[in-house]
Design a binder for this molecule. Sequence first.
Ligand SMILES: Cc1cc2nc3c(=O)[nH]c(=O)nc-3n(C[C@H](O)[C@H](O)[C@H](O)COP(=O)(O)O)c2cc1C
Length: 215
Amino acid sequence: MELMEIIQKRRSVRRFKSDEVKSADIIEMVEAARLAPSGSNLQNWHFTAFKQKNSIKRIADAAIDAMEEIAGNLDAVNKTLADKFRRFSKVYTFFFAEAPALIVVMSKASALTGFKEMEEAGLDASRLYIKSPGMQSLGAAVENLLLRAFDLGYGGCWITSANYADTRIEKILREETGFDKPDYYMAALIAIGVPDDDAKPFKKKQIEDILTIVE
Ligand SMILES: Cc1cc2nc3c(=O)[nH]c(=O)nc-3n(C[C@H](O)[C@H](O)[C@H](O)COP(=O)(O)O)c2cc1C
């Protein structure tokens, strides 16, 4: 497929057929991620693809436990918010339990250029955190991965809403795969599979709303 057609047709997929995601295809997807640009060419990413139902269920259970712990604590303070969190999580997080493949995306913090210098100069550098080049690099890699997944006939969904379960999921990852990079942390999950829905692409902003050309 042409690049622009892939970009136009890609959409988030949250319901999957039971078809296997072939390991050779996962390699292709991560190959696309591998070639993404990254700040200082740090390539601050690692992808672990789980295909076994048991492992995916273990990760989903860990996320559900973490969500219930938060919601349980919240119940006494704000029951409405706790219930909203539970409903949101069901739709936008735990669907990954049924995905034929689940990729755990690990990342590493990268230096914020100018941060040290600003701090030393007595200037407030805290606003640089939200512009983290490390996270921007990771975004480039994940999008490449998702575009290639679509190109290969799969659908996927980028998931950050389980990040509150990060330490639990990292523990599973380290136990099941021996992942041993201590400075890497969980940044996202990606659910992958053959789409089993007929959802339409989400409405996007118009070009004039997001682009200014100064000629
Ligand atoms: C950084 C990031 C985090 C996201 N996290 C979630 C998530 O936790 N759960 C979910 O269902 N979708 C998640 N999405 C998918 C978005 O909801 C989706 O991209 C958006 O609604 C636009 O739809 P589209 O991907 O079909 O164009 C995420 C997307 C991005 C880029």
